[in-house]
Design a protein around this ligand. Structure first.
Ligand code: SF4
Length: 352
């Protein structure tokens, strides 16, 4: 895999794993057993792999660790949402968040929310990850490790790449990891959603490769000037171009695009915003997820508030009246710091 990857099982392809096992005196089927334990059951050490000879397990633990990261914090909300803070060594040690939502919480399926970068260079002012900027890209193995640790918490039916980072800015590594998630963890293309701020040129490059995931584009506003402020890395990229690239994506892949819209109370949640959003998306094969904003703990001077339920419902029904299917996603586990990036911020904050 990537040249920056540490030598771990997660950094190797199935063939490379067999070769590494053979170098340690094991047989190819031993490698297949180990990979199945890792990806199908979330195993993170060899000790419990009783189908492997005992001496081999000890040797593997020495020579080919499964993963490079460690869990430095875990918060479990009353509703069962589990937020993991993972530390990855690499050229630069970084902390990254992964959130597991159990079936009862996510409505229909156990869902894992993974990060594609440590921090984020996009700089959205309402997001804790954006406040700290980008530390570095994650390696494929580090993205995969989040899945394996998530699987260790329980069965996974869905995954969203909506944690820290902008997935299209680390796309090659992400795509390699998602291939393994698809092939060896059994998550189908409909079960994986990648959420991006929508770089049109990158979308147009990726679509012809028929990627095996659903695409979500974080739009957040129908107004160009406001988007330039809310999504600073996209300043000057016309909304019309993003929506046109999404239309091409649908044509090329046959998969509908979902638009994400963080509802910031008093900012982008007016009746006029709903009307203009409906106009922008009129006659398009797309749906909208409305995400009422969670306050960022550290942003004390935040100009926004969490929108109230009646206002959110008004926004949704304005879209619905104009033929746009919109679903409200109240984010869960607020007490477990489920707003993007907040757990890491708490660790990064100087001790008081
Ligand atoms: S909202 Fe997403 S794109 Fe914006 S700064 Fe946060 S992680 Fe990055």
């Amino acid at each position: 895999m990537g040249t920056g990857d540490a030598l771990t099982l997660l950094a190797l392809t199935p063939r490379e794993t067999e070769q590494a096992f053979e170098r340690l005196g094991a047989r190819p089927f031993h490698a297949r057993i180990a990979r199945a334990q890792v990806f199908e059951h979330g195993a993170l050490d060899y000790a419990a792999m009783s189908a492997l000879p005992k001496e081999l397990r000890a040797r593997l633990a020495e020579e080919l660790p499964i993963a490079s990261g460690s869990e430095v914090d875990r918060r479990v909300a009353a509703d069962g949402t589990t937020k993991l803070l993972l530390r990855f060594p690499g050229a630069k040690a970084v902390d990254v968040e992964t959130v597991h939502l159990p079936p009862s919480t996510s409505g229909k399926a156990a869902t894992l929310c993974v990060s594609s970068q440590a921090g984020c260079p996009v700089g959205c002012p309402f997001c804790a990850s954006g406040l700290l900027g980008l530390a570095r890209n994650l390696e494929s193995a580090e993205i995969l490790e989040q899945y394996v640790r998530g699987r260790a918490l329980g069965a996974l039916s869905r995954s969203v790449v909506m944690g820290m980072g902008e997935p299209l800015l680390n796309y090659e590594r992400l795509a390699r990891a998602l291939d393994v998630v698809h092939d060896e963890m059994g998550l189908g293309a409909r079960a994986i959603t990648v959420s991006t701020v929508g770089f049109p040129d990158r979308l147009r490059r990726i679509a012809p490769t028929k990627p095996r995931f659903q695409l979500a584009i974080s739009l957040h506003t129908p107004d160009q000037e406001q988007r330039d402020l809310l999504v600073p890395a996209m300043r000057g990229v016309p909304l019309a171009e993003i929506v046109a690239a999404a239309d091409d994506w649908f044509e090329q892949t046959g998969r509908e695009v979902t638009y994400e819209y963080a509802l910031l109370g008093g900012c982008n949640d007016s009746a006029g915003h709903a009307e203009r959003l409906a106009r922008l998306l009129a006659r398009r094969r797309a749906s909208v997820n409305l995400i009422p904003w969670n306050p960022v703990e550290s942003a004390e001077s935040s100009p926004w508030k969490r929108p109230d339920e009646a206002g959110v419902e008004r926004f949704r029904s304005t879209l619905a009246a104009r033929g746009i299917v919109a679903t409200v996603r109240w984010s869960k586990g607020v007490e477990a710091d489920a707003a993007c990036g907040q757990l890491r911020l708490r660790h990064a904050a100087p001790a008081s």
